[in-house]
Design a protein around this ligand. Structure first.
Ligand code: GLY
Length: 565
C-alpha cells in the first residue's frame, strides 16, 4: 500500500508537525497529549466508539470491547468477529495479564489436510476455502475480558457497533479503493451473496449499511458469548461450512474458550517489556531481539544508519530461525520459553555475527537448546483515566480472511489455518517456515506473530504498542520501541518512521521506500545484504505516557486514528 505521508518535514512548536502526503500536500499533524485517556486504532469511527466509552466512565477494557466490535463493522479487512487475537493488559496498579483468544483448528483438522496424494501442499487450500478457517475466538475473548476487568455492561459496549452496521458508516478514500480492488475476489468466493459487492465502484463518502451483521451483533449483545457460539449465528456458521466442505462443527463452536496466560516479560535497559507468550511467537521474538542489541551503542550510531541496520538484521535472522523450530501452541507442544529467553543463549546466537559481511541465512540454523527435545491483522492501543492499559492485536489472517462471508450473518471468516505449518519447510503466505512445533492437530492453536506489548519505565506505564503485518509485526514493534528509547523520537514520529524487515528466510531485507539514505544502502549492499524495496510495512498504533499525558501515534500508512480526551 502507498504511504499516506512521505515524510515529516518540520517539527512545529512541541506537538505540531508538518508532513507531506502522497499528493505532495503539506498536512498538519497534532501530537498534543491527553490526560484522561487515548484510543489509537485502524479506523476513525472505531476510535470514536472507544473514546465515547472512556468518556462514559468505561475503562480501557470496556473501550477495547467497543473498538473491536466497531472495527468488525468498519474495517472488515481485519477487524472481526470471525477471527481471533491476543490482549495484553496492565492495570493502573501494575497487575499484568494476557488473554489468548486465538482461533483453534477444528476437531476434524489433521496434519496433512492441505497435502495432495503426492504429499505436496495444495496451493490456496489453507487460504481461500471453507477449510481455511479456524474456530473463531474474538467474541469469547471480548466477553471474557469484559467479565474479568470491565466496568460497564456488555450490551452498552456492543451497541455502538450495531448502530454503525445498521445506520451505515461513510467510506474513506482508502476504504473505497480497497473494496473496489477486492470486488472480483469477493464475487467468486461468495456466489449468491452480496456483502461489500456493488455494481458501480465504491466512492469516498459512500454509506455502507450491513443489516445482517447488525442482527448478528444484536444476538451477541443480548446473549453474550452464546449469541455467537450457540443458537442462530452458530447455525449459520455451520450451514456455511457445510456449503463448502468446511470443518467447523456446532461442538467446535460451543467448546471454544479463550485462555488467560501469564504475560512474559523481559528487561531492556531501564525498561520492562510485558508481552504475549506462545502461541504468539512475537513476545519471545521481541524480547530476544531487544536483548540481542542491548549492549550496542545504537543511540550513537543513529536511526536507520548502516551499523544500526546491520545489527538489527543479524539479530532478526537468528531469532526468526529459532521461531521456525521451537514455537507453537504451548497446550500441545513443549515450548522452551525459559531457554529461549535466557540471556546467555540469546547472546550466544550473536557470536557468529561479523561486521564485515552479511551472514548467509543458509549458514544459520535454529540454535541448540540443551536438554530440549526436540496485509491482514489490526492492532489497537488504549489507555484510560485511571491508568489501565490494553494492547490488542486481532486478525482474520489474510486481508478479508478467507474472503468468505457467513451467509445470513454478514461477517467474514478467517483463514488462520495458513498460520500452521502445512508441511515442514514449506513457507506459508508470509514466507514463514515451521515444523513439528506448529504442525496441524485438532483443537490446536496456530502459531502467530502478533506482538501486543506494554512497556514500563521504572515501574510505571511507559508505552502501549502493536501492529498488524504478518511476519513483519515483530520487527515493526521492535523498531518502534527502539525509535523512542534509542533515537529520541516521540510517539507519532516513531510510528511514522520508515521501517525494514528481515526474517531469516527468504534471505533478503524488505525496506520501505526512503528508509535508508544512499550511503547506508551502498554499505549494506557491499556487505552482501539483498535489499528489496517495499511498500508500507506494518501499521503501528501506539501510546506513550509522558508527564503531560498520553501521546498517541497513529500510523499514517492507513486511516489509523488517535482519539483522546
Ligand atoms: N495471522 C497473522 C499472525 O497471527 O501472525
Amino acid at each position: 500500500m502507498r504511504n499516506k505521508y512521505y515524510l515529516i518535514l518540520l517539527v512545529l512548536a512541541g506537538n505540531l508537525f508538518i508532513a507531506v502526503n502522497v499528493k505532495g500536500q503539506a498536512e498538519k499533524i497534532d501530537n498534543t497529549p491527553n490526560a484522561n485517556g487515548m484510543v489509537v486504532c485502524a479506523y476513525p469511527d472505531a476510535a470514536q466508539a472507544g473514546l465515547a466509552i472512556l468518556k462514559k466512565g468505561g475503562n480501557a477494557v470496556d473501550a477495547a470491547v467497543a473498538v473491536q466490535f466497531a472495527l468488525a463493522v468498519t474495517f472488515p479487512e481485519a477487524g472481526n468477529i470471525g477471527g481471533g487475537g491476543f490482549m495484553v493488559y496492565r492495570s493502573t496498579k501494575g497487575e499484568t495479564n494476557t488473554l489468548d483468544f486465538r482461533e483453534k483448528a477444528p476437531s476434524g483438522a489433521s496434519a496433512n489436510m492441505y497435502l495432495d496424494a503426492s504429499g505436496n501442499v495444495i496451493p490456496g487450500m489453507s487460504l481461500s476455502t471453507h477449510q481455511a478457517s479456524g474456530v473463531p475466538g474474538s467474541v469469547d475473548g471480548l466477553y471474557e475480558a469484559n467479565r474479568k476487568y470491565g466496568k460497564l455492561k456488555w450490551a452498552e459496549l456492543v451497541q455502538p457497533s450495531i448502530d454503525l452496521a445498521r445506520n451505515g458508516y461513510k467510506l474513506t478514500k482508502r476504504q473505497a479503493d480497497v473494496y473496489n480492488r477486492i470486488q472480483n475476489t469477493l464475487k467468486k468466493a461468495n456466489p449468491g451473496k452480496s456483502y461489500l459487492i456493488k455494481d458501480s465502484p465504491w466512492k469516498e463518502g459512500d454509506l455502507l449499511v450491513q443489516e445482517d451483521l447488525a442482527k448478528t451483533l444484536e444476538q451477541i449483545r443480548d446473549k453474550g458469548r452464546k449469541g455467537f457460539y450457540e443458537g442462530v449465528v452458530a447455525d449459520e456458521i455451520v450451514a456455511e461450512m457445510k456449503s463448502g466442505n468446511g470443518l467447523i462443527t456446532k461442538a467446535d463452536l460451543k467448546n471454544y474458550h479463550s485462555v488467560w496466560r501469564k504475560a512474559i516479560t523481559g528487561n531492556y535497559k531501564d525498561y520492562k517489556v510485558i508481552t504475549m507468550p506462545p502461541p504468539s511467537s512475537g513476545g519471545i521474538a521481541l524480547l530476544s531481539l531487544l536483548k540481542s542489541v542491548e549492549k550496542y551503542p545504537l543511540h550513537q550510531w543513529g536511526h536507520n544508519q548502516d551499523s544500526t541496520v546491520q545489527l538489527i538484521i543479524e539479530a532478526e535472522r537468528r531469532v526468526y530461525a529459532d521461531r521456525s523450530k521451537y514455537l507453537g501452541d504451548p497446550d500441545f507442544f513443549k515450548v522452551p520459553v525459559d531457554s529461549l529467553l535466557r540471556t546467555s543463549y540469546i547472546l550466544s546466537r550473536m557470536n557468529s555475527f561479523t561486521w564485515s559481511a552479511a551472514t548467509p541465512s543458509t549458514s544459520i540454523q535454529p540454535g541448540t537448546i540443551p536438554g530440549y527435545e526436540s496485509d491482514q491483522t489490526t492492532h489497537y492501543s488504549i489507555t484510560d483515566r485511571e491508568g489501565n492499559a490494553v494492547s490488542i492485536t486481532t486478525t482474520l489472517n489474510g486481508s478479508f480472511g478467507s474472503k468468505i462471508f457467513v451467509k445470513g450473518a454478514g461477517f467474514l471468516l478467517n483463514n488462520e489455518m495458513d498460520d500452521f505449518s502445512s508441511k515442514p519447510g514449506v513457507p506459508n503466505m508470509y514466507g514463514l517456515v515451521g515444523g513439528k512445533a506448529n504442525s496441524i492437530q485438532p483443537n490446536k492453536r496456530m502459531l502467530s506473530s502478533m506482538t501486543p506489548a506494554i512497556i514500563e519505565k521504572n515501574g510505571k506505564l511507559f508505552m502501549v504498542v502493536g501492529t498488524p503485518g504478518g511476519a513483519t509485526i515483530i520487527t515493526s514493534v521492535f523498531q518502534t520501541i527502539l525509535n523512542v528509547i534509542e533515537f529520541d523520537q516521540n510517539m507519532q514520529q516513531s510510528v511514522s518512521s520508515k521501517r525494514f524487515h528481515h526474517q531469516w528466510l527468504p534471505d533478503n531485507v524488505q525496506v520501505e521506500r526512503g528508509a535508508f539514505d544512499e550511503k547506508t544502502q551502498t554499505i549494506l549492499e557491499q556487505k552482501g545484504y539483498k535489499l528489496i524495496s517495499s511498500g508500507g510495512i506494518g501499521r503501528v498504533d501506539a501510546i506513550l505516557k509522558t508527564p503531560l499525558g498520553y501521546e498517541g501515534g497513529a500510523d499514517p500508512r492507513g486511516d489509523d486514528t488517535k482519539a483522546g480526551w
